[in-house]
Every structure is written in structure tokens, then in C-alpha cells.
Design a binder for this molecule. Structure first.
Ligand SMILES: [Fe+2]
Length: 385
């Protein structure tokens, strides 16, 4: 697709859809790939099969993979997920309403218990294989009955996977826990005030944290095919803290200043407090706006687990999104966090740098890539943690 400035940002420049699937082998390498960086790197993102999509989040999922072996780049390939959406099935058709098998599978991909799951928060996971070939919708042997977040958390200590699903109709929020073998072993309906967009959540060694924030579902907007969510000045903003292994009735809610968060970097317990590091938007999708009318930056909530008093601390002034940590620290105290970054301008969706936050010293380092653009990346350890 041409780099046409009149198109919405998600259809032009570095976001423009790719029209072909390709497979290449024995890729040329400029410089040197660290030998420890071996394995397959997979990424996923919206890539509309037929021309434009109405919103960044709606395009058909395309998976990209590159295989690295001891300094060599053995192959690269990209494949659309052969989903119902790819085949032209519309979720706006009333006869398909609530069919969780219909997914664009366009948001993220995780591996757990030997399965590769392409994820999109409105549907069941969509299973692919290690070569990016599509297998099909995956509902954990029929046990999953809700949508499934694109950002499940895999516990570095137990191998458990924690996830949730949210929906426009009750149950609005449901939590799920899977054992290390990938069996769904617990589902809990979490009581919230209304249907909000809940993109991600957080896990610590002892708790699960839900973010019930004021981006609220609007049925009339949904029926037009537009982004169905908008900012609400009335809904409020809360964190829900549930003990791991606990029940929905055990959730304690904590009011925070209204905002939106797509992605936490990490959460952990520290000296009687629960610490949650996030990329936070002070407001989003207010009024008619459906694109990114504000930008997020690195921020910390610290909740006293006895009194539930909250301290809210902005940690940085640069735009940052897609935060990641060394996944071996998931749920544990992390010194470092990383994010895609941009300069201090509003509404930025073009990320040109990697940010590294050092929570011990408070320092922030950055590496700018002027010739390219970043999306979410993965931390690959170079050695023991
Ligand atoms: Fe995400």
C-alpha cells in the first residue's frame, strides 16, 4: 500500500499492510548475531487482508517469524492466521454474535505448555504451529467459555498461566488460571460496574491485579463497525487485587486517578506494598476521538496491602508504550524495565527508540533508531538472570 499521508496512521508508513506471504532461508546477516540468541522470534499484528480496516485493532492477524541458530538467520516467513475473519466472516452479523471462535488473532502470540497461541482479546486463542501454520481456534478442551486476553501472564516460578476475558455482555470480566500443563483449572467471574475495555492485567507472586478503567463499551458505536469504546468521565478508575488462588469475593478494589493503561511492565510485592509499573495515558478516546489523542508514559502505582492507600508516581516524561521486562522476573521485583519510546509529543504512535528504566537508580537510558520504527519487542536474556 502506498505511503499516503491521507490514510489513517495504521494503514501507512511502517504500519502499512503487507500484501504477500513469503518464505526466505539463509538470510544475509549484517554485523553479528550473538550466538546465545538462538530460537524462533515470533511477532503478530493487524494486517488487513483486503484493503483498509476501520481501526488499527481490526486488521487480520499476520504472524512473522525469524529463526536464529548460533549466529545464523536460518529463515524468515510471514503468514496470515487463517481465521474466520480472514475468510470474511463478520462478527457484526447478528447470527455470529458471541461466537468466540471468530477471531482476527491479530494482537499477540504466546507459547505455553507447548502450544503457540495467537491472541485477540475478543475471542478464543487461535492455535498455530512452530512454523506459523494455522491450526484453529483453541478452547482448552471445551473448558474456556469466554474471550481470552492477548496478554496472559506465565509465572516464572510455577509455570502457571493466568488470563482473563472481558465482554460487552455479562459476565463482563472472568479470570482464568491454567496449570503448567495448560489445563484450565479455575475460572472466576469478577464483579465490575460495567463493560469496559480491559486489555491487560498484572500478576505478582501472590496476587492478580485487574485494571477497571474508564474506557466503556457503547453498543450503538459497535453496530456501526467503529471502535465501540469511549472514555467516560463518570465510570471512575480502580485496581482490583485478588490473592492468587483466591476467589472473586476476595478481590479488594482501590480507587486511582482516572486514566487508561493498555500495558503494565510488571508488578510485585515489596515491603508490604504491591507495586505496579505501567505505561499510563492520562486520558484516551474522549469525545469523538478514537485514535490516540494522548500519549502514555511510564508510571507507578504503589498500594499498601494493609491499608489500601495508593501512591501514584509518574516515572518519566517521554512517551512510552509496550513495556517489557526479563520474563524470568515476571511477578517478582525487577530492577529494569524496557519500552518502545518516542519524543515528548502528544498522540505519538511512531516509536523510534528503546527506553531502559533502572528502578534502582531512577535513571532512564535510551537508544534512538532514526531510520526505523519500533513496535512491541521481547527481552531475550544473554545469560543467567
Ligand atoms: Fe497489547
Amino acid at each position: 500500500m502506498a505511503d499516503d499521508g491521507r490514510l489513517p496512521f495504521h494503514l501507512r508508513g511502517n504500519y502499512a499492510p503487507i500484501a504477500e506471504e513469503i518464505t526466505t532461508t539463509d538470510l544475509p546477516v549484517r554485523g553479528a548475531i550473538p550466538p546465545a540468541l538462538s530460537g524462533v522470534y515470533m511477532r503478530n499484528g493487524p494486517n488487513p487482508r483486503h484493503g483498509p480496516s476501520a481501526h488499527w485493532f481490526f486488521g487480520d492477524g499476520m504472524l512473522h517469524g525469524v529463526r536464529l541458530d548460533a549466529g545464523k538467520a536460518s529463515w524468515y516467513k510471514n503468514r496470515w492466521a487463517r481465521t474466520a475473519c480472514y475468510d470474511g466472516v463478520s462478527r457484526l452479523d447478528p447470527s455470529n454474535f458471541g461466537d468466540r471462535r471468530i477471531s482476527a488473532a491479530n494482537t499477540h502470540i504466546v507459547r505455553h505448555a507447548g502450544k503457540y497461541l495467537a491472541l485477540e482479546e475478543g475471542a478464543f486463542p487461535f492455535e498455530v504451529d512452530a512454523e506459523l501454520n494455522s491450526i484453529g481456534p483453541y478452547d482448552f478442551a471445551g473448558k474456556l467459555t469466554t474471550a481470552f486476553t492477548a496478554h496472559p501472564k506465565i509465572c516464572a516460578e510455577t509455570g502457571e498461566m493466568h488470563a482473563f476475558g472481558y465482554a460487552f455482555m455479562p459476565p463482563w470480566l472472568t479470570y482464568h488460571r491454567f496449570d503448567a500443563e495448560g489445563r484450565l483449572i479455575d475460572s472466576q467471574e469478577i464483579a465490575v460496574k460495567g463493560p469496559t475495555m480491559i486489555h491487560d492485567f498484572a500478576m505478582t507472586r501472590n496476587h492478580i491485579v485487574f485494571m477497571d478503567l474508564p474506557i466503556v463499551f457503547d453498543l450503538q458505536r459497535a453496530m456501526t463497525g467503529k471502535n465501540p469504546f469511549q472514555w467516560s468521565d463518570d465510570y471512575g478508575a480502580r485496581l482490583g487485587i485478588m490473592p492468587r488462588g483466591g476467589k472473586a469475593a476476595d478481590v479488594r478494589w482501590v480507587e486511582v486517578a482516572p486514566c487508561y493503561v493498555f500495558h503494565p511492565a510488571n508488578a510485585y510485592e515489596d515491603d508490604g506494598a504491591l507495586v505496579l509499573q505501567v505505561c499510563r495515558y492520562p486520558t484516551m478516546w474522549r469525545g469523538q476521538a478514537t485514535d490516540f489523542d494522548s500519549a502514555s508514559s511510564f508510571y507507578e502505582w504503589r498500594v499498601d496491602l494493609k491499608t489500601l492507600a495508593v501512591t501514584e508516581t509518574p516515572l518519566d516524561d517521554l512517551v512510552s508504550e509496550f513495556p517489557r521486562i526479563d520474563d524470568r522476573r515476571a511477578g517478582l521485583k525487577n530492577r529494569y524495565a524496557y519500552a518502545a519510546g518516542a519524543g515528548p509529543r502528544p498522540g505519538a504512535v511512531e516509536f523510534d527508540r528503546v527506553l531502559k528504566f533502572d528502578r534502582k537508580t531512577g535513571a532512564r537510558a535510551q537508544r534512538v533508531f532514526p531510520q526505523t520504527a519500533l513496535s512491541e519487542f521481547t527481552f531475550a536474556p544473554g545469560g543467567p538472570g
